[in-house]
Ligand binder design. Structure first.
Ligand code: OMD
Ligand code: FE2
Length: 449
């Protein structure tokens, strides 16, 4: 039996329950699932002979010795051990890059991009990955990378696994059907999915085409932020995170297993599908989260709180409060602040902010920030409302106001982001982004004492 099964319709993705994958609810749980009764050993992980002739295999996402609260590992019971494969050989990286990022000089300028252009026909998820930039070093398991994807073809006879980090997928157009070693997750725009480090998966495209964003986190696995004085509830609620249930694939090979290892792609031809896990239990699991389930908190008196209040997931670093990367969502909410400039304020931030837009518009930008596009405000760069937004919000009548015309998000990282050459030179980079802050007039002349 699986632990606490729920259906995707309970997850609110609008799909009929019978066609939907079955999910397990909870964040960080010791989940378990078996596709056939008796496949999961009882009372031990490594019996002399695993049930049903399966092979037992441990997948460790954290060091064996990490504290219990952080430890992540999963036991897999599979038709063939992952070890049964020929050597990996290098394959082309396409537009995918990894840290350290050294193709360009770190640039303090504010940047904005339009959505990725159409890919050539036959582009699958892996081929459709395009790296914008990042920081840290995958070899030191530290830092992060920002990728976008645009794909129009399902992955057939190939699966992908990332040794460098976990992948937070943020669909913007078209759902992703993620067939993973632990089962199936369907992530539609408005939802996010996380594939843990090393977990292999294939991406199918139920809508024929898919576009979105990826945060590749080389550092400590994403976890829920502390709630401090907020109390025991709020922000992203743990039970809204959904893990898959075992869904083994039968297919014999050949299957190309693509492995991202220290920034480069390698491949080995397996003679069987590596998605052949019949049962599993553990904590190193993929999950799905519906951003509209986020419990948005904000002021009920005055001023604009810092967007840390919108943190869905955080990857802590060794410095308290300085995340390797935070995933932050600007979900529909009410604004009621009295005598308050309500949109995001002008600011310069030691943390680096990459923003993307899943749909609609964002309340700091009147135009130019498009769904599928993105902006980068690197360490200490000055940004905030564009001129049109400043003028509008400074004059607005301050009634309770619902902001529900968009879904924006931010990857906020402790270290500056260095761009790839492709991102710097991209035809879809907006060359005149600075102009959105032009025309902010002087309204005051300081008086000399
Ligand atoms: O720059 C941005 O739009 C993100 C952001 C939003 C906000 O409400 C406050 C600070 C901040 O960096
Ligand atoms: Fe900002």
């Amino acid at each position: 039996m699986d632990t606490e099964e729920v259906t995707a319709s309970a997850a609110g993705d609008g799909r009929p329950a019978d066609a939907a994958p079955r999910y397990l609810s909870g964040f960080g749980n010791e989940h378990s699932s078996e596709a056939e009764p008796g496949a999961l050993p009882v009372g031990r992980n490594s019996p002399q002979r695993a049930p049903l002739g399966l092979y037992a295999e441990q997948l460790s996402g954290t060091a064996f010795t990490e504290p219990r609260a952080h430890n992540r590992r999963t036991w897999l019971y599979r038709a063939r051990p992952s070890a049964a494969h020929p050597p990996f050989h290098r394959i082309g990286n396409g537009s995918l890059r990894g840290a350290p990022f050294e193709e360009t000089e770190p640039d303090p300028n504010r940047m904005r991009w339009d959505p990725l252009p159409e890919p050539p026909a036959g582009t699958d998820f892996v081929a459709g990955l395009w790296t914008l930039g990042g920081n840290g070093d995958a070899r030191l398991r530290s830092g992060m990378a920002i990728h976008l994807y645009h794909a129009n073809s399902p992955m057939t006879d190939r699966v992908f696994g990332d040794s460098d980090g976990e992948l937070l997928l943020v669909p913007e157009r078209g759902a992703l059907r993620l067939c993973t070693e632990l089962g199936v997750l369907v992530a539609a725009p408005g939802q996010v999915a996380l594939i843990p480090r090393g977990v292999r998966f294939r991406v199918e495209l139920p809508d024929g085409e898919a576009r979105g964003y990826v945060c590749e986190n080389y550092g400590q696995p994403f976890t829920l932020p502390e709630l401090g004085p907020i109390g025991a509830n709020g922000l992203a609620n743990p039970r809204d995170f959904l893990a898959p249930t075992a869904a083994p694939e039968e297919s014999e090979g050949p299957v190309e297993v693509v492995n991202k290892f220290c920034g480069r792609l390698w491949a080995a031809e397996y003679a069987h599908s590596p998605l052949d896990v019949v049962a599993w239990h553990g904590t190193h699991v993929p999950y799905l989260y519906d951003l509209r389930r986020f419990n948005v908190l904000g002021t009920i008196s005055y001023d604009h709180p810092d967007p840390s209040l919108f943190t869905v997931l955080t990857s802590p670093s060794e410095l308290p409060g300085q995340a390797g990367v935070d995933f932050v969502v600007f979900a529909p909410r009410w604004l009621v602040g009295e005598d308050t400039f309500r949109p995001p304020y002008f600011h310069r931030n030691v943390m680096t902010e990459y923003m993307g837009l899943v749909e609609g518009a964002y309340d700091a930008k009147a135009e130019g920030f498009r769904p599928g596009g993105g902006s980068l405000h690197n360490m200490m760069s000055a940004h905030g409302p564009d001129r049109a937004t400043f003028d509008r919000a400074s004059a607005a009548e301050l009634r309770p106001q619902r902001v529900d015309d968009g879904l924006a998000f931010m990857f906020e990282t402790r270290w500056p982001v260095t761009l790839t050459a492709a991102a710097t030179d991209a035809p879809h980079r907006q060359r005149h982004y600075d102009q959105v802050w032009q025309g902010l007039e002087r309204h005051h002349s300081p008086k000399r004492p």
